[in-house]
Structures are given as C-alpha cells and as structure tokens.
Write a protein that binds this ligand. Sequence first.
Ligand code: PRX
Length: 574
Amino acid sequence: MEINHSEIFPSICSVSNMGDYEQACEHFNWEDIERHFTWYETGKCNMAYEVIDRHVTEGRGEKVALLYSDPLREETFTFRQLRDRSNQFGNVLRKYGLSKGDRVFIFMPRSPELYICLLGILKIGAVVGPLFEAFMETAVKERLIDSGAVALITTSSLLGRVTRSELPDLKHVFLVGDTVEQQDSVIHYHDEMASASSDLELEWLDRDDGLIMHYTSGSTGKPKGVYHVQNAMIQQYYSAQIVLDLREDDIYWCTADPGWVTGTAYGIFAPWLSGVTNVVRGGRFSPQDWYATIDKYKVTVWYSAPTAYRMLMGAGEEILTNYKLSSLRHVLSVGEPLNPEVVRWGYKVYGQRIHDTWWMTETGAQMICNYPGMPIKPGSMGRPLPGIEATIKDDKGNTLPPYTMGNLAIKVGWPAMMNRIWNNKAKYEEYFRVPGWYISGDSAYMDDEGYFWFQGRVDDVINSSGERIGPFEVESKLLEHPAILEAGVIGKPDVIRGEIIKAFISLREGYEATPELKEEIVRFVKEGLSAHAAPREIEFKEKLPKTRSGKIMRRVLKAWELDLPTGDLSTIDD
Ligand code: PRX
C-alpha cells in the first residue's frame, strides 16, 4: 500500500515561483501535516511506531528498510525485521528496569545493531543519546555525567573509554558484538536478544515527551545537551517531502553519522517516516567506496556535507569513469556553507544541482533550504520552508532591511524546536533573548527576493578597516583557486585595521607552498572578490582542524594564531 504524500501536500509540492511560494506560505498550516499521523486521532504517539511499526501495520512490512554495508559486512533488513528486533531490544531494556524518560546512550560505530538499539530505546519511551565512536574518555564522561545516563550501549573495543567508576548514574552497560573475554559487569546484547520476545507493548507518549539528546560542539564552553521531543516528527516528515523530495521507491543515502543530528533526523527519522529504503554505510570516507555505494544500490537521493563534496572534488573526475551515478536524481548538502564553486562542479560532474539546506542541532529539522522546483542561487542557503518565518535582526532585536548583515533569527513556534538544553536553563534562554524569536548565532543577510545568505557564526565575522567581512565569502573565493583544497579564514587583531584577514590553506597534491603562490592567491582574491577581502596573511597547513561533521574549526585556527587555549576539542576529527 502506498502512502499518498501529494494528498497531504497539495499546495506545497510544487513551489516553482515566487507567487506559489508566497501562496504556500500564506495557506500553510502545521495541522495539515499532523493529519498524516495516527496520533492526530488517538492523541498518543511514539516515533519508533511512526518510522517502523506503522509500515508493517499498513502492509509495507516486506519492503527493504535498511541496506547496510561496511568493508566487512553487508546486510538487508525489511521493516518487519526491524520492528521485531527493536521490539526484542525494548524487552531487554525493560528486563533491566529501564523505562520512560530514562536517558540511554549509544556509543558505537555504525552497524545495524546501532539502529535496532536506537529504535528499541524509543519504543519503551526512553530518551536516546547517540555519541560519536571517536570520542575519547573525557568527552564520553562529560556527556554521560551531564545527561545522567542510566544505561549505555557500546562495543568491547570502546568499553575502555567508559570510566565507570566516575559515572554513579550509569547502572547498565550493554555490549554489542564479540567480546574477547567474559565481562561480569556488562550485559551481552546477543545473549539477551536470543531469548527476548519480539512482542512488545509500546510505550505511548505525548508529543512533548522526550525523544533524543544531541550534544553540540558550541563555539565556546562545554558541550550542550540539546533535548528534542516527539513533536519533531511533524517537521522531519514534512521536510522529507518537500526538501528531500522523497517518493515511494527512492533509495536514499544520508552520509552523516548518527552521533550528529543530521544522522538521526535525516539518517533515520525523515526517511523512515516517509517509508523509503535507507542506505547506511559504515567505515571511513573514501571517494571510491562512496561512488561504489551510489552505483551498487542505485541511490536516488543523496544528502551529504560540503566537506565531503570538496573532498570528492579534490579526488578528481577521473575516478568517476569507473562508476555509474546516473541513478541520482536529487542531491543535498548541510552543515556548513556550500561554496558556489562546489555547486557548479556538482552540476558539471554529477549533472545535479547540489541543494543547500540550513538548520542546526537546536532547530531539530531543516529550516532554510533550496528545494526542488525553486530557482537556486548558488551560495545562498535558500528560503525558509513554508511554515517557517526567518528574518535578520540587529543586537537589539530590530528587524533589518534586505542586504544588511545581522543575526539570523527564527520566529518561535516551529514543531522541531529544541525543548530545552539539558541542565542549563540559562543557556537555553540565551537563544530567546529577543522575545518571540530564536537567535541562531549565525550572521546572514536576506536579499530582496527573500533568499538568505550565510556570512558566518556571529563571532566569526571579521571587521577590517570598518568593513564587515564574512569569512565564508573569502573561503569560497579561495576554493576556486586551482591549488587550494581547503581554506579557513579568521580575523587577526591588527592595530591599524582592527582586524586583518588571515587564511589557513591546505594545498592540493602537486602544489608547492611557495611565496610566489601566496602572492598569486592574494591577487586572485583581490581580483576575484575585492581588495578588502584579500587575506593579508596566509599560512599553509597540511591539514585544517575540522569537526567530525566537517566544519572547519575557525575557533581552533584563532587559538593557534593568538596562542590561546583551544577550548573543547572533543568534536575534532582526528
Ligand atoms: O553555522 C551554521 C552551520 O552549522 C551550524 C549548526 O551546526 P550543527 O548544529 O552541528 O548542524 C546541525 C545540522 C545542520 C549553523 O549554526 N550550518 C549548518 N548548515 C549550514 C550552515 N552554514 C552555512 N550553510 C548551511 N547550509
């Protein structure tokens, strides 16, 4: 039985010009989306039911839900199989006394079990907290302590990073996979699953009951536990339809790890709320393997990040001759600015426009996007989804006119908005310091057609000789230079100019870091962008510091430059 999505989105499905867009915004009503869910009538919900069980109940049980692969393993799961296994795991958790509201964390590499465990946790109404497998001891400890996690699911190879004696709240540790030796104090997942029933009484919840916690890096201080509730599903489903453009027979691949909000909201919830087949690839990034994944599974919709696209760009077009990517029909990006250069390259090489999407851990779902049917302006994040109101505000909360850079702000009241910052009310309230508005921490401007243009994090904006410069603009220009693989730009204090622009650059293979090249790069930016945007200083680095989600950590560059402490590095990529 098919889900008729277009019935739910009659006026929004084709937003092809300004007239339609404005009309769609005007007639938009979140309740029209809510009608899609069974809880619209019953009043009680559970995300795991909506993403998995519902499809079995409605006759889609034999459809492939998960196509999993990593260098050592390849496996396929139907919706029915995922329902049964997650029911089993839910029963295992209950056997150990876990229940609604408990925080249960997952600290393991991608595997089918990660997804089964996550669903099982949701089924009993517990709140799941996924952690990146690369976290070291302190990062794991900080998050488990702050959240008061009562259970953790991990693997024997990561267990050594869990300092249990320092975690009084942590009552149970479940181990997935082979264990070298019998560990007394842990519960063995596979043993438990072998005897667990696949019948489970689901915990029915209210829409403002807990769902998931993601710790975000934040530009300062220690990580914040961003807490989301069930209600997020409304917007995750809606955006899956109008932004991801998911249809019944799509093969969808989101490359993000579930340790990052993209890997759950758009790697689990959005695709499965839409009932599509979801590809998950474990293991490390490699251009060959990535292209092979698209070719092998005939991926149709692909959601990744600018860093990945830039790395693929760096790998060149030659390797593409070995793979067929013709199955792709829609490609998207998130997490950091998508440089126009990358959009142009994507179009040339994949024959696809890469659609940029803007949102944050805190927003819980996509907010400002480029979506099918809408004219794309490369370099712009797009327009707010119908139902979302965005604007640019000054520090006092006044709305600024088009083309004026300021704080990107969103009108409060979208369904996926974070519910709280765990244990930190003050931090939460900071976001809402302008009454009725969420202040994102990003700076941007809006053009006269309502497109938003990202400029940087508020504290990253460079002010040189009275000119405000967005580092992204400079980085984008730098990336157009044939020698440059990656670039990070910061403001460096300067007695005369306030700040000058300093660029950290890593070069493509075959290029030499010479003074001549520096001069040429400066000229390139001066001529291609503007004199005031040209870096006055350039430093070549072999690698730039990045978060695991691929963002260049300007904060770390700045700390290097000014000889300051680098702050929390738990999210840095090795
Ligand atoms: O600065 C913006 C940048 O990433 C921040 C959110 O980071 P995080 O919560 O880790 O991301 C969650 C998944 C989106 C934003 O404040 N960012 C995100 N998307 C974009 C972006 N910057 C520019 N363009 C984007 N499309």
